[in-house]
Design a protein around this ligand. Structure first.
Ligand code: SF4
Length: 362
């Protein structure tokens, strides 16, 4: 099998990123939500402690010019996903169930075991890809740089997310150039003699807005469903019950009422549990949305995170839900930063170009 040039691990990855910086690339880190409640464990903090401010400072010391957050990509993906589902409901069109795209483990599993379901996976790219594409083109425009002069690096809780560096948009650019996992970030920092615990709290680069609470909770099982339902209800001028993010259970099903619509939702952790839901679907049960996450409790329990007893992964989940609660806006709809980004950039480029950035290139 040929090696994929951008899928690198450990020291060769760190050297490559240092070479890119030395070669004049503008280095941009986008940090996934689950990283902020787990990286600290490798520096003496308890699981669930939100160290995002310190992570920003650490990334700057490692050479990143801009630090932005993947939850903003989740907000963008949520907004356009909610618009799509709303339109399907109102027109009575479209295929159900709609599956999530945010979990690459699930997408890989579907491709291998259930290719018949690929058409039901939302066309909107994962939050990492959406954020990478939007950051590349927005920063290029704002800073007068070429998109290819920018190196987008995902800081992710997931080793499998490295595979997203292999995907290119229709315009030929990668959504994301490299991925560093949570564990790798700790190794890289320690190799440079940097201690997260000694970092001051830094702030995200102001050039791009921070996310809403909904974007942040994508890192826990149920977070994506919660975000899309809440946003869709907001678009319809309605309110809805949200998915209980603290609730345990490898399969959670619920009927959610939004205006005159009743939506059957399933939130699933792990593939054996997905198969149980799929058996139901094949027997005629109608689900509108099914969220599948490969890892226990979602990305907080991802394979790129420091090893932790399963029971304690709940502490990361609680930490991330708390961190989301501190966001200035609750949904993408009440985020002034996202609104400004849409008015200035996303909604001015024309639908075709927008789709190049936020859709999978299928
Ligand atoms: Fe990766 Fe696991 Fe998150 Fe899926 S649930 S994106 S496999 S960390």
């Amino acid at each position: 099998m040929p090696m994929k040039e951008n899928i690198l691990f450990g020291e060769p990855l760190f050297r490559k990123l240092e070479e890119e910086k030395a070669g004049g690339k503008l280095m941009v880190a986008e940090v996934a939500p689950a990283v902020r409640v787990a990286l600290g464990e490798m520096f003496g903090f308890e699981p669930g402690r939100n160290t995002m401010g310190k992570i920003v400072s650490l990334l700057r010391k490692l050479g990143f010019d801009y630090v932005v957050e993947t939850p903003l990509g989740a907000d963008i993906a949520t907004y356009y996903e909610a618009m799509d589902v709303k339109e399907r409901l109102e027109k009575g069109t479209g295929k159900y169930p709609i599956f999530n795209s945010c979990c690459i483990g699930w997408r890989t599993y579907a491709q291998a075991k259930h290719p018949e379901l690929l058409k039901n996976i939302t066309i909107i790219a994962s939050p990492q890809m959406t954020m990478g594409a939007v950051a590349r083109f927005y920063l290029a425009k704002k800073l007068g740089r070429k998109p290819g002069d920018i190196s987008i690096v995902g800081i992710m809780p997931c080793t499998l997310k490295k595979n997203e560096t292999d995907e290119k948009m229709k315009n030929g650019h990668r959504y994301v150039d490299y991925v560093v996992t949570t564990v790798e970030l700790a190794q890289w920092a320690k190799g440079k003699g940097l201690d997260l615990a000694r970092m001051e709290d830094g702030a995200l680069s102001e050039i791009m807005p921070g996310s809403s609470r909904d974007g942040m909770v994508f890192g826990v099982s149920g977070g994506m469903s919660d975000a899309v339902l809440e946003t869709m209800a907001g678009l319809m001028g309605e309110k809805t019950e949200v998915v209980d993010l603290d609730e345990d259970g490898a399969i959670r099903t619920k009927t959610v009422k939004i205006g005159k619509h009743e939506l059957n939702i399933a939130v699933v952790q792990g593939f054996p549990n997905f198969e149980k839901i799929y058996d139901e679907i094949q027997s005629g049960k109608r689900y509108h949305m099914v969220e599948v996450m490969m890892c226990p409790y979602g990305c907080v329990g991802g394979p790129g995170q420091p090893p932790l007893a399963l029971e304690r992964v709940k502490e990361r989940r609680a930490g991330l839900v708390r961190a989301g609660g501190e966001s200035r806006s609750k949904t993408p709809l009440d985020s002034p930063g996202l609104k400004a980004l849409m008015d200035e950039f996303l909604e001015t480029m024309g639908r075709k170009k927008l789709e190049e950035l936020i859709y999978f290139n299928r």
